[in-house]
Design a protein around this ligand. Sequence first.
Ligand code: VGL
Ligand code: ZN
Length: 238
Amino acid sequence: MSQNQLINPESLSAALIVVDQQIDFQPGGALPVTGGDQVVEGISDLMHKFKTVVLSQDSHPQGHISFASSHKGKKPYDILSLDDLNDSNFESQFSRDRLINYLLSIPQHKQTLWPDHCVPGTPGWEFDPRLPVEKADLILRKGKRIDCDSYSAFQENDGRTTGLAGYLKGKNINTLYLVGLAGDYCVNWSAYDAAQLGFKVIYDYSLTRFVDANPTNANQIIQRLKFSGVEVKNTSAA
Ligand code: VGL
Ligand code: ZN
């Protein structure tokens, strides 16, 4: 199925949202997503077609709360949860009160801890150089608060808005086409939030890749998106 049957990129009421297509999420980067580089060409083609294009750019200060290196004894891909605060050996760059407030404010009260990634000024923070970034109407930097992560381009993990929905609604955009990285984190949460905010959302499964590509995980995420009103399309399928 071609994407033209799904959405008209020429439409003024549609926008392409390219999520976090950055070097650190591609093979060889700090938080590599298998196959993350394979989507760049397809995304570049779409950036030339859509009238409105938004790029999101994961942007964390050094010492960010989502970095495993900010918490003693934690490794990348460990989970930080309220249980850690009962452990007398646990130490963190962040105060106990701040961690409690933060964990209580996020989904499931759990934060996955990541390798240091997407620090502004580092090579891994940059977009893939093959992307025609000059086509972007807006580059939205997210995850900049040192004590809050932001997977979604629409709201930070504690629910604070990024302003993106207001920007799009102000342009009378009601249809969003989502691609980029990672399919199970930032594209997933962006698609979910966009649907909750009343946009018609298309999530292009063929132009994303997963941190956890295990089919059980992938199916669960796709199913949740579908039940939330997101149209999940595989444009590479016949
Ligand atoms: C992302 C993990 C941490 C993403 C960003 O862009 O999906 N994942 N930060
Ligand atoms: Zn991040």
